[in-house]
Design a protein around this ligand. Structure first.
Ligand code: DP6
Length: 346
């Protein structure tokens, strides 16, 4: 008997507004975080699972953009070794995984969120097929597994605005998976643009995983976790109104705090580049002079995410093309909006 099943998903990246930085065992976050799901930075993954009579353990072939990639393969194998604690079938099915990104993988855009969310969606879907069942909490399960691949990936299984991490200010919030909170948010925020300004392509000098670890001994760790908890609570209430001043203040402060933590850890590191600062200055100047509600955030890298309501799109596009593009490597930027979340492919 030869059984084979296939699952195929496209899943987006996300950008955090309140940052996840610091974690406990099993990828449990030290504080809650909130993000926008993006629409144009996607990973497309298909997983074909073929039953093999004498297989005894995880066995995968992994192709990234059609080419074997051993470093990604190793990461996926260690992720699957966690998932197989529950999905025992992984030990008797040979997986062929094909993955590709819609954004240039040299662009310095974090791809672990889209990659692990796409893979987790495929695995939960295969589990349904193999067990001939349908999970009413399909996305929650996918978010749970995605978290164990890469923390921020758990926020990518839903569209709109996501909350990951237990907070008293939101019912059903959890450290183990993310929930979508768009229905409790003023529509202005689900209609935001994110121009990702590529200041520097290529691999970061310090990975997010190393950065999280450095927080363990950080002198400001406890105050950071407390501040992030408070910022999550504040942002949940800010998001209910269209008061963009409070939104701007909080989101920019989160981005700068993230990078301050990097600079003040026992092994300090700086991921911002001179052009990161030039772009931030330009954004501040533009906001001051034109009174247009634009803001920036940063992830763990040099690139700048320029956030703006879609109502300002013409002006902001023009600002990017005339004033900011000169700071981008190879004049490169990626246009994203808040997106609708992953899509199953037929
Ligand atoms: C700065 O999710 O990439 O982007 O859980 O170790 O895979 P791991 O880390 P990762 O960390 C993301 C850090 C961040 C902030 C955020 O996305 O919340």
């Amino acid at each position: 008997m030869s059984q084979s099943y296939i699952s195929h998903w496209k899943s987006p990246s996300n950008i955090a507004l309140v940052k996840y930085w610091g974690k406990k065992e099993n990828q449990i976050p030290a504080n809650p975080s909130i993000s926008f799901t993006l629409d144009n930075a996607l990973t497309e993954t298909s997983v074909e699972a073929k039953f093999q009579e004498n297989q005894n353990g995880i066995l995968i072939d992994f192709l990234f953009e059609g080419i074997k990639n051993n470093s990604f393969k190793t990461k996926i194998e260690s992720f699957l070794s966690i998932v197989q604690n529950e999905y025992k079938w992984l030990n008797s099915y040979h997986l062929t995984i094909n993955s590709s990104n819609t954004f240039p993988h040299s662009s310095g855009i974090a791809s672990s969120a889209s990659a692990f969310s796409a893979l987790a969606l495929c695995l939960v879907n295969l589990d349904e097929k193999i067990n001939n069942t349908i999970y009413p909490n399909f996305y929650e399960k996918a978010s749970y597994w995605a978290r164990l691949g890469s923390g921020s990936a758990c926020r990518s299984v839903y569209g709109g605005i996501n909350l990951w991490g237990k907070t008293n200010s939101y019912p059903n919030s959890s450290d183990e998976f993310s929930i979508e909170i768009s229905k409790d948010v003023h529509p202005i925020y689900t209609d935001f643009n994110d121009h990702i300004l590529i200041i520097e392509k290529g691999k970061k000098s310090v990975s997010s995983t190393q950065g999280h670890a450095l927080l363990k001994q950080h002198p400001f760790a406890e105050i950071r976790y407390q501040t992030a908890k408070e910022n999550t609570e504040k942002l949940i209430s800010i998001l209910k109104t269209d008061n963009l001043d409070d939104f701007i203040q909080l989101v920019e402060s989160e981005a700068l705090m993230l990078h301050s933590l990097m600079m003040t850890s026992a092994t300090p590191f700086i991921l911002m580049k001179p052009n990161t600062l030039s772009v931030i200055e330009k954004i501040w100047e533009y906001r001051r002079e034109k009174n247009v509600p634009i803001l920036f955030t940063l992830d763990a890298g040099a690139n700048v995410h320029l956030l703006s309501p879609k109502s300002q799109q013409m002006q902001v596009d023009n600002f990017v093309k005339t004033e900011l593009i000169q700071y981008c490597q190879d004049n490169q930027y990626l246009h994203n909006s808040v997106g609708k979340g992953p899509e199953k492919q037929v």
